[in-house]
Design a protein around this ligand. Structure first.
Ligand SMILES: [Zn+2]
Ligand SMILES: [Zn+2]
Length: 148
């Protein structure tokens, strides 16, 4: 798994003409192994073990380099804080308003054609992102038991 991610990263860097550094590799490996849309803080906590001298600022900087190069994507920007999207497949999200976890949803049933047709002709679409907001199963479960 680690070997695959390493070569995947090296190939991406070649494509995007980005220098491969050990630090960048460790950050990339960490975020790809975290499946729940990690925040820079969570990535920082994870890479600290391997890179004790790294700072949170460096993690932010590295992530912005990745984002600018198109190596990774961020979850819809109106979420407030930066969250990394490791899933390159097109999909929708469920945002939990209570614990702020973001869960990937299967987009296959969503028909975006009417939505796209409502976009004014001279507007350019970057991407369509759909989200569902509410309370996740974990939070609704704890809510019920706290209420009882
Ligand atoms: Zn929740
Ligand atoms: Zn996602």
């Amino acid at each position: 798994m680690g070997q695959t991610l390493d070569s995947q990263f090296q190939q991406l860097c070649r494509e995007k003409q980005l220098a491969v550094t050990h630090q960048r590799l460790v950050v990339y490996r960490a975020l790809m192994q975290m499946c729940d849309h990690p925040s820079p803080e969570q990535i920082y906590e994870r890479v600290r073990g391997e890179l004790p001298s790294i700072s949170l600022g460096t993690v932010y900087k590295t992530l912005h380099v990745f984002l600018a190069a198109g190596l990774i994507r961020e979850v819809s920007p109106h979420h407030g804080s930066l969250r990394i999207e490791p899933n390159a497949e097109h999909h929708c999200h469920f945002f939990c308003l209570q614990c702020h976890t973001i869960t990937d949803l299967e987009p296959s049933e969503v028909d975006v054609v009417p939505l796209m047709n409502s976009v004014p002709e001279n507007f350019q679409v970057d991407r369509v992102s759909l989200e569902v907001r509410g309370v996740c199963g974990h939070c609704s479960g704890s809510f019920v038991s706290a209420d009882a």
